[in-house]
Each structure stands twice: as C-alpha cells, then as structure tokens.
Ligand binder design. Structure first.
Ligand SMILES: Cc1ncc(COP(=O)(O)O)c(C=O)c1O
Length: 604
C-alpha cells in the first residue's frame, strides 16, 4: 500500500513526532491526545498547536487513530491512519507547527476518503493500553447521542469566524448564528428588572444604593433571606422554598387551578428538569422504555433518550396542517413502536421547536385522551409559553386542559417545564427553570427528589431569575412600567420577525415555510434539485447537510439541517431562529434569497 511518496514522508513525520514527544513531557508515550479541529486550517490540542498552511495532509504519526464527525450521519467514526502524506515543519516554540491538514473535504487519510470538512479528532499515541478510557470502551450511549444544534455545522461556523478574524477573504464579513435559540447572543437586551434583582442578590452591599427601585430591593431581600443571606449558599435540591411558592402561584394565575409548591422542582434550565424526569422512566431489565417524541423534535430529547438507553418512538407532525398533531399518526407510531419497546411516555413541545406551531386546545384534548388510553406519562415542554404570535392561537397548558377535562384525565401523570432562557427574558446563560410534576406517586416523587439531590441544587442566581419571571412587578410598583414596556417590546419585535421570516421564505423559489405561530424558529422545507442531491451523495453528505454547508460557506448564515431534528424521508428542511435583530434578519434573508437563486441555477 505504501507509495514511494508516502514512504518518503514517513521519515519526516516520525522524526517530527519523536521531537514532539521529547519536548512535550506532558504527553506521555501511551496517551490519547484529544485534538479539536477548530478550523479547516488549524488543529488545537491542549498540548499541541498544529496549524495548517496549504497542501496535503497533517497527521502526527505513521499510525494513528482519528475520530471524526461524519457530516452525513453526524456520528463519530474512527479510522486508522496508516500513512501520513504530509509535511510537518517545526516553527516558533515547542508545540507550534506549521503543517498540512487532512481536514479538507475529500482529502485522503489512510484507507479512507473522508468527506468531512472539519472534524473532532483524536490522535492516539503509540499504545493506549494503560488508559482506562478509550473510544472503544466508554459508555456507548455517550458515543451514540447526537445534538445537532451544536453539531459539525456550528463547529465549522466557529472556524469561519476565526478565519475571518485572521483576515481570510470570504464572500461575507460575519457569521450569522441562526442555529441556536440564544436571544441575547443575537443582540436582545436583558430585562432591566431581572438584571437589577440578580445584581442585588449577587452583591447585597448594593441594597443600600439609591440606584435601585424599592420593589427590586424587596424582591432581592426576600430571595436572600430564603437563601441564608447569600447566593453562594446551596439551596434545597428542589430549589428555594420562596421561589417554589411563587412558581405555584404563577401557575395558579395562569391556569385557574391550584398548584402545589411541593410539586415544583427548580432546575438549571429546563434541560436539566427534562433530563431528570426522563431518566425516571428508564428501566434496566425487560424491554427498553420507549418515549414518543415529535418529528421534527428538539434534539435534547433524541440525545437524552439514547443516553438513558431508551428507545425513540417518533410521531410525525403534520407539515401540511401547520405542523399540527394528528391522533391517527400517534396511534400509528405507538402501535409500531410497541413491537420493539415498552412505550411509557410522550413528549409534546408546545409552542414547537423547531416548527413554531402552537397547538389548539382541541388538539391538546386529543393528545391527553390518547395518553390516557395508552397509559403514557406526558412531558409538556412549554418553555415557549410566552412566545405566541399568531392572532388565532393562544397558549393552553397541558395541566390546565387535564384539569378542565376532569376525571379521569386530571389524574394523568404529567411534567410541565418552563425556562428563563426563552420567552422575553432570553437569560440562557443564567440557567433557570422549573418542572411541575403532577400526579406522581409520592414514593416515586421521593425517589425523584433523592435522584436530584446528588446534583445538590441549581444555581441560586438562576433561581432568582425564575423568581422574577413568575413574580414580576405589579401595577403600582416602581419597576412595573419599565418592565412592561421592555417585555412588550421584545415580544412585539419577535412577533414581527416571525411574520417577516415566513413571508420572506415563501417568496423565495424552492422554499416553503409554515406560519411561525410561536416559539423562536422557522423550519422551512427546501426542495433540493436532483443534481444537488447527487452532488451531496458524491461527497458523502445528506442533501440537507450539503445545502446547509453551502449556505454557510457562501453567506456566513449558520442554520441547522433538518435531519438534526428529524423529517419525513425524502423531504429536506433547515431550522433558523427568528432571533437576529431586524436589520440583521433582513440582511440574512436577502443573502438567503440570492444564495438560493444561484444554488438553483447551479443545480437545476
Ligand atoms: C423545546 C425546548 N425545550 C427545552 C429547552 C432547554 O432550554 P434551557 O435548558 O436553556 O432551559 C430548549 C432550548 O432551546 C427548547 O427549545
């Protein structure tokens, strides 16, 4: 297999690698060096910094193991590098090398043609026999789980940003990260009241400052009292009693039915609450637990289901019916899934991510009756409950509808989630959220609480944010006016952006977009021409992945391919947030339009 050219390169590589090891005592002989490719031009390891110039390939040594993310399946694969067709030249200081990366699409590494543009790579040193963990023996569920929202496309977007910063010329000057529902990262301003309260909770000396309104001070004092005087103290695992009481009152006001504070569990973002609850349904013997999730879905669910060794039982949302939920489809999905697993739960995301649908009350009633017939635990993911834009839609909580339906539906086991990351707050990084767990057997609830106690508690600052969300300023309080103004402005702007985006996409050839009724996303369908499908296949990419990469490389617009959320076979989509600020959103949509026109010209 070894060619003359490759043979010549071997000596260079081996001697370089020896030098590297000699100079880098931190990298023992038998270790695995984690290498993260941060751009198509550079690879960074904790110990080594390898930079790509031009030309062929990099690898560190004659025989290495490289793990890479395959863009088609977005799974981690490994390959053995037998040859290293590269030139490595030491430069600057220890650990700084100019080299030639094998990370370009189509570059030859070892036995494989790797059709990945960027990778997460692991280069194994001569032997890893001493290591307890290697990619072949770690928890396989961790290896198998995938989370598209931060997948290879986003890694590439990060690389492009670095390339732009280094002065690399591109057809655009900035990357627009429309891949993740992170409002403040896209320029949304924090709500003053929330930031004032957490400032005082974090730094109580400011309580004497005249800068802060009295209602802010009283909220902060109450939170501090409940948390033993400092945000630095652990709280109960389920959260501060004060905040849980306020959450219960908020739910009562929202639904018109009582809520029990002992059913409220505060968590570090809704993600943590969802995962803790989901974990309760996993079994270790007998058939695996199946969880029904919408397709398309938010990939926290598919990832966690895999991680907890459960089975995904997907039900398709009805794209032709504004992404509504069809009970006949639920029946089909449960019947089909019961052949392979024990279906015990159903997830409903309302308002929907990635689809932006808001379910009608009738639709919710149908789902509740279905869950009752099939004996399912309901996961009501209601994190976007404040984000409803369509005039003909309003938010109905699953809990409220079960209560309105009465016996036997009000006995259903259900968990509902809210988060401070969404709504008008956009406080993603502060990690606040709650789960309301309804009708859980008391003994099971005690075990649930035990399970979360091992995590100690969510951050007290995150809990303080949740307190502001569920106990906002009231008419007559000093902060009321500004709070209401800021909240209304954010929601109004989101609503305008929701209609702007759907309207614009629907005017672009080959794109079809449902009304964005709520949440923070559009999930348009894109007709990918046969020629482009063939091209994608030739590169080993799924057609929607190919489309999204082309879009990113040509416009700097970072969206997530539909396959990361699930879609009906033969259809292609992408998800974009509606979060770029209006001017930037307009730029993004204009760029998208001209991209799509030239894409169609090239491939139709
Ligand atoms: C539907 C849905 N549920 C849950 C979450 C988790 O959000 P967080 O953990 O930030 O509260 C998200 C985040 O985007 C989401 O879209």
């Amino acid at each position: 297999m070894q060619t003359g050219w490759l043979g010549r390169q071997r000596g260079v590589v081996l001697s370089t690698f020896r030098k590297l090891r000699l100079q880098h005592r931190a990298v023992p002989t038998s270790t695995t060096i984690p290498v993260t490719v941060v751009s198509s031009r550079s690879i960074v390891t904790p110990a080594l910094h390898l930079k790509k110039e031009t030309g062929p390939c990099l690898p560190l040594r004659q025989r290495s193991t490289l793990s890479y993310l395959d863009h088609q399946s977005t799974t981690v694969r490994t390959t053995t590098l037998l040859f290293t067709p590269n030139t490595v030249k030491q430069q600057h200081s220890v650990g700084q090398f100019h080299t030639h990366s094998c990370q370009r699409r189509g570059d030859f590494i070892g036995h494989q043609q790797v059709n990945v543009a960027r990778t997460m790579a692991t280069v194994a040193a001569p032997s890893h026999v001493d290591l307890v963990l290697n990619v072949d023996n770690i928890n396989p569920n961790v290896k198998a789980m995938e989370y598209a929202v931060r997948g290879p496309l986003v890694i590439r977007a990060g690389e492009i940003e670095k390339e732009l910063a280094m002065g690399v010329k591109k057809p655009f000057t900035e990357v627009i990260k429309a891949n993740i529902g992170d409002a403040q990262a896209m320029g949304q301003k924090p709500i003053t009241f929330i930031r004032q309260v957490i400032s005082l909770v974090a730094y109580p000396d400011l309580l004497s400052s005249k800068e802060f309104p009295e209602d802010v001070k009283s909220r902060a004092r109450a939170i501090l009292e409940s948390s033993r005087g400092s945000a630095g103290c652990y709280s109960d695992s389920a959260g501060l009693e004060l905040v849980r009481n306020h959450v219960a009152k908020y739910i009562e006001r929202r639904d018109g039915f009582p809520a029990d504070p002992s059913n409220i569990i505060l968590c570090a973002g809704a993600s943590e609450g969802i995962r803790s609850t989901l974990k309760m349904l996993s079994t270790i013997s007998g058939p695996r637990t199946g969880i029904m999730i919408p397709i398309p879905q938010y990939p926290l669910y598919s990832a966690s289901i895999v991680e907890y060794n459960m089975e995904q039982a997907g039900y398709y949302l009805d794209e032709d019916n504004d992404w509504g939920l069809d009970v006949a489809e639920l029946e089909r999905a449960v019947k089909e899934a019961r052949k392979r697993c024990n279906v015990r739960g159903i997830v409903v995301i309302n308002p929907g991510n990635p689809t932006g649908q808001v379910l009608t009350r009738d639709n919710i009633v149908e789902v509740i009756k279905f869950a009752h017939r099939e004996k399912l635990f309901i996961f009501a993911d209601e994190v976007y409950q404040d984000n409803v834009y369509a005039d003909n839609r309003e938010f109905h909580s699953f809990k409220k509808v079960t209560k309105e339906l009465g016996d036997p539906y009000d006995k259903l086991e259900l968990a509902s989630f809210l988060s401070c990351s969404k709504g008008y707050m956009g406080e993603c990084g502060l990690r606040g959220g709650y789960a309301e767990i309804v009708n859980m057997d008391p003994e099971v609830k005690a075990l649930y609480l035990k399970s979360i106690s091992a995590k100690l508690c969510p951050t007290v600052l995150g809990q303080a944010v949740m307190d502001c969300v569920v106990n906002p300023p009231q008419p007559g309080e000093p902060s009321y006016e500004l709070f209401s103004k800021e909240k209304a402005a954010v929601l109004k702007s989101l609503s305008e952006r929701a209609s702007m985006i759907a309207k614009a996409f629907n005017s672009i050839p080959g794109i079809k977009c449902n009304t964005v009724q709520g949440a923070m996303y559009a999930f348009p369908e894109v007709k990918i021409p046969e020629k482009a499908v063939a091209k994608a296949k030739s590169l080993g990419q799924a057609p929607d992945v190919f489309f999204a990469f082309q879009l990113l490389e040509q416009t700097g617009m970072c969206c997530v391919p539909g396959s990361g959320f699930g879609q009906r076979p033969g259809t292609y989509h992408f998800r974009t947030t509606i979060l770029p600020q209006p001017e930037k959103l307009q730029i993004m949509l204009d760029k998208f339009r001209s991209f799509q026109e030239s894409f169609l010209k090239e491939y139709q």
